[in-house]
Design a protein around this ligand. Structure first.
Ligand code: TRP
Length: 339
């Protein structure tokens, strides 16, 4: 089958709980694309180490929660490879090699790095700076054709491509050059109270975020209190500059109901913001009831989840080893053997 020749790679960090933003921009598509492509879905727990604090350390629990959520969203381990990054040590190894081919200036230029360091200000761990090279290692190890990400990761994929080109030009054709796979509509879901800023699972204000595992009553309250605007009479149309709150709600509704923005604008002509919020809640409710129900069934079965993690790691490491072997050989290192 031709369709399965194209490898798609994607990953989410298991830090904190996943949000409706993760779902709409990335997760929701996995169930569909796994039928079209050879998909590799990773739980990027090594990346989570970059945001670890004394109070907020990584737990086995959040990795297994994330795995159960992948399954609850329809990712099928018989169709896709699902694996946990830290179980495949080739990621850390290639990361080092790529670090030595990445310029410091390229890393300090990354907008995500700049905004994170602005928030943190004091002690900034070097992992935060090197974060994109670990991402590049994730992607390049699997000879990825397409990387599926949300809008905020675009710059990291551009860096990955530059590294692959640089590496290939030094050492021969080692890495496939990955392309971006982005589903534009919904690729960036904004915060509920501050619709000019991306919804982020690390936001301190819980009212900005809808978690996939939030209690549904809470979600209803959060949507009701979401920021709109003071247009009088209320006008419901898509305009991210002048009406960021309404536009965000329209995008959520459009992507989850599969109705076009145009169709929704017509439907809401003359209607109130409360009516829009009610419809947004209904559609979220419809999706999350199913996901949460499945999540709790999968999550209860810990040995089943751990088994999937090990099986996935086995499959992933076969591919990763092959690439790393090629890299070592071309760098002039002694080739690795199993001792
Ligand atoms: N940094 C990505 C995010 O926060 C997660 C990620 C880690 C990733 N490694 C990746 C995404 C490789 C795509 C490819 O969303």
């Amino acid at each position: 089958m031709k369709k399965k020749k194209i490898t798609v790679f994607s990953a989410i960090q298991p830090s904190g709980h996943l949000t409706i933003g993760n779902y709409i921009s990335v997760l929701k598509h996995w169930k569909v694309i796994q039928n079209q492509y050879k998909c590799i879905f990773c739980i990027a727990d090594l990346h989570s180490l970059t945001s670890i604090t004394k109070k907020n350390f990584l737990q086995k629990k959040s990795v297994l929660d994330t795995l159960a959520l992948y399954l609850a969203c329809g990712v099928d381990p018989n169709k896709s490879i699902i694996f946990i990054q830290s179980l495949v040590h080739e990621h850390a190894e290639l990361n080092w090699i790529l670090n030595c081919h990445t310029y410091y200036q390229e890393l300090t230029r990354m907008t995500q790095f700049k905004s994170k360091t602005e928030q943190i200000k004091k002690k900034i761990n070097a992992g935060l700076l090197n974060y994109p090279t670990l991402m590049a290692a994730d992607i390049l190890l699997y000879q990825t054709d397409k990387v599926h990400v949300g809008q905020d990761q675009k710059q990291h994929i551009e860096l990955t491509r530059n590294l692959a080109i640089r590496f290939n030009s030094h050492y021969g054709n080692i890495f496939n050059l990955p392309e971006l796979l982005i589903f534009e509509l919904g690729s960036k879901i904004m915060s509920l109270l501050e619709p000019n800023k991306k919804m982020s699972k690390s936001d301190l204000n819980q009212k900005n975020i809808i978690y996939l595992l939030d209690n549904l009553n809470n979600i209803s309250k959060k949507i009701r209190s979401s920021m709109t605007d003071s247009d009088n009479p209320p006008r419901i149309f898509y305009d991210t500059i002048n009406k960021p709150g309404i536009s965000n709600l329209l995008i959520i509704l459009s992507t989850l109901s599969e109705k076009s923005i145009f169709e929704l604008e017509n439907y809401f002509l003359g209607k109130s913001y409360l009516e829009l919020k009610k419809e947004v809640f209904d559609v979220i409710n419809k999706h999350l009831i199913k996901i949460q129900k499945k999540f709790f069934i999968y999550r209860k079965n810990q040995s089943f989840l751990i088994n999937i993690a090990y099986e996935g790691a086995k499959k992933a490491s076969i591919i990763a080893k092959k690439t790393l072997h090629k890299v070592y050989k071309n760098l002039g290192f002694l080739e690795k053997i199993n001792f």
